[in-house]
Ligand binder design. Structure first.
Ligand SMILES: [Ca+2]
Ligand SMILES: [Ca+2]
Length: 81
């Protein structure tokens, strides 16, 4: 491996690592993580109600109305606050 190849390799590894670190972990919001009692990445109504009784906010966040917040709904919902 010559120096240039090494440099390119290091650059690519660095970029890949940054991309992984920057990628949404699905569930990295502290509050959401706290609410997700069983850490399955979803917040059910029951889990939510242990921390908040603001059901208007819940209804707004549960955009597909399936009774739970998935990672995407959490991300959008918590960022809109
Ligand atoms: Ca859960
Ligand atoms: Ca939902």
């Amino acid at each position: 491996m010559n120096t240039l190849t090494k440099l390119v390799f290091v650059l690519i590894s660095g970029l890949t690592l940054s991309a992984v670190l920057a990628a949404p972990q699905g569930f990295n919001d502290v509050t959401a993580n706290l609410m997700d009692a069983n850490k399955d990445g979803m917040i059910t109504k029951e889990e939510y109600m242990k921390h908040s009784n603001d059901m208007a906010a819940w209804e707004k966040m549960d955009t597909n109305k399936d009774g739970m917040l998935d990672a995407n709904e959490i991300k959008i919902g918590f960022n809109q606050k």
